[in-house]
Design a protein around this ligand. Structure first.
Ligand SMILES: Cc1cc2nc3c(=O)[nH]c(=O)nc-3n(C[C@H](O)[C@H](O)[C@H](O)COP(=O)(O)OP(=O)(O)OC[C@H]3O[C@@H](n4cnc5c(N)ncnc54)[C@H](O)[C@@H]3O)c2cc1C
Length: 493
């Protein structure tokens, strides 16, 4: 079987933002959106000075837990000092317009990728990078950095954003794009985690898709062999004759690591379905070849939250059959974890059984491909959690993005690991996470900030370009209305 090639312009060389597709919103949509922006801005302005602010959203994929914020009375309202008031973001949760001719879309900032992908797939298009979890939103993936198996080819989600409409911390609504007067904000928004302002709409590039993805799972017996293959794919765009439109990997142990290389395909001799009895990550160890519809491919990890659903018993065939299919989704599992954290259920049970306390080690880190094997060996030795997700990436842009230290042209491997590990006697929370942070720094890599972090303030400033952040904060949130990046990501404010 031969795979049909997709349009060659798909991974186009455009520098993000410079080739901004002109997308005109239909006038009714534009008017409604403008009214929603005005209301949101007013609600923000009505909040008492000094009261902390946050978005009230239905879903989240952050792993820093806190009490849910009550909505600020309809679209506006206030909370007492010390309580983060929730700004109702529900007016920005849909796709405003898809322009198939321009291969672009204008999207509400809090639109989930599930809705976004459905809206664009209808036109045979998808965003250049679609993070694996259905309820990650476009704004969240841009301000908090997303990644997926197209990231070796197309970089990170923010690199195919051509325009951002932002309510800044100081209450203005600005349009930030490459080369315009808010270029610094456009470039500094990724990894700012909503501390400079909120993206209300984003214009993004899209790429054409084919109906199916033809997957091949390649097994490696050492981390070195696997990372050498990644470097080769980065250079050739294919592996053993299989085109690498999509690449990610799964390490079950140091001598059982798979790279899954996916190619768009016009045809599928059979189709697998991992939303029912079968489980995607189990399939990687099975037959070496597989076919999924493009939609099922995009959400292959969501049904079992990678492998994290096993904590709820959902991988036991009996429980799986009884667990309603519509609740086999990452957001359901995350809600269960949030409930558990809020009520301290598993911690209490653990203590009753006199088992050692456990530390959450939930992180995504990026390490240059040449040091990736060292990281896997360190992780197996010191943390010992498996599986580990691997996702190669390379910036699409020739310029670095100032708040997240990835070098243009360098191939990295993202390692994702999500679970808990028993603490040794006398060790406190942070024991494992701190070691991960140190090792990532030693290997010249960086760590995402969606979960817990333990950096000192100086170290954080050094790692995430504190001086540039301070300048942006002065220019766009001079009164410090929104929490600072360190306060939010490390102190959990
Ligand atoms: C187990 C697990 C696995 C993960 N795997 C992946 C993965 O494979 N790929 C991937 O890409 N990511 C992954 N993530 C990380 C996820 O992409 C980030 O946490 C992302 O920021 C979540 O986006 P969200 O839309 O759910 O936003 P939220 O969780 O709601 O918010 C995240 C942060 O962004 C801010 N924010 C949200 N929307 C906006 C906006 N419109 N404007 C400005 N600020 C905003 C919020 O204030 C908050 O600080 C994973 C996370 C977990 C916990």
């Amino acid at each position: 079987m031969t795979d049909a090639r997709v349009d060659g312009g798909r991974s186009g060389p455009a520098v993000p933002g410079t080739a901004s597709p002109m997308v005109q919103l239909p006038s009714v949509v534009a008017a409604e959106h403008q009214a929603a922006v005005a209301a949101f801005r007013e609600a923000y302005a009505a909040m008492p000075a000094g009261a902390p602010v946050r978005l009230a959203k239905r879903t989240s994929n952050l792993f820093r837990f806190r009490e849910p914020a009550p909505r600020a009375g309809g679209r506006r309202g206030s909370q007492g000092p010390g309580t983060a008031a929730g700004l109702d973001a529900s007016a920005f949760t849909s796709v405003l317009h898809v322009d198939p001719a321009a291969r672009a879309a204008v999207v509400g900032g809090m639109t989930t990728y599930e809705d976004l992908a459905d809206a664009t797939l209808r036109h045979g298009l998808m965003p250049l990078v679609v993070p694996q979890l259905k309820t990650i939103t476009l704004g969240g993936a841009v301000t908090g950095l997303g990644i997926e198996s197209t990231s070796l080819r197309s970089g990170l989600p923010h690199e195919s954003v051509t325009e951002l409409e932002i309510l800044t911390g100081d209450g203005r609504v600005v349009t930030a794009a490459a080369g315009n007067e808010h270029d610094a904000l456009y470039r500094g928004f990724p990894n700012s985690y909503g501390t400079l302002g909120y993206a209300l709409s984003l214009t993004i590039e899209l790429e054409p898709v084919l109906p199916f993805v033809h997957l091949r799972h390649f097994r490696f017996g050492t981390p070195e062999a696997c990372t050498e293959a990644v470097a080769q794919i980065a250079q050739d765009g294919s592996y053993r004759g299989h085109r690498a439109d999509f690449v990610d990997g799964t390490a079950f142990s140091l001598d059982e690591i798979y790279l899954t290389v996916g190619a768009y395909s016009e045809v599928a001799p059979w189709l697998s379905d991992y939303t029912r009895e079968r489980i995607y990550y189990h399939s990687i160890r099975g037959p070496k070849e597989d076919f999924l519809t493009i939609r099922d491919y995009l959400w292959r990890w969501d049904t079992d939250w990678f492998w994290c659903s096993r904590a709820f018993g959902v991988q036991n065939p009996v429980i799986r059959r009884a667990w309603p299919r519509r609740y086999r989704r990452s957001d359901t599992y995350r809600r269960l974890v949030a409930f558990d954290r809020r009520h301290g259920l598993s911690a209490t049970l653990n203590a009753r059984r006199r088992w050692p306390p456990r530390e959450y080690v939930i992180q995504d880190v990026e390490v240059p491909v040449g040091r990736g094997a060292e990281f896997l060996r360190f992780f197996a030795d010191r943390v010992g959690m498996s599986p580990v997700w691997l996702c190669p990436l390379r910036l699409r842009s020739e310029r670095a993005w100032p708040l997240y230290p990835l070098r243009p042209g360098q191939v990295y491997v993202n390692f994702g690991f999500w679970g808990t590990v028993p603490l040794p006697p006398g060790a406190a929370d942070g024991y494992y996470n701190r070691q991960v942070e140190d090792e990532v720094t030693r290997l010249g890599g960086s760590k995402g900030l969606y979960s817990t972090s333990f950096y000192s303030e100086d170290e954080f400033s050094e790692r995430y370009n504190g001086p540039e952040y301070a300048k942006l904060k002065r220019d766009y949130d001079g009164q410090g209305r929104l929490a600072g990046l360190y306060e939010k990501c490390v102190r959990g404010k």
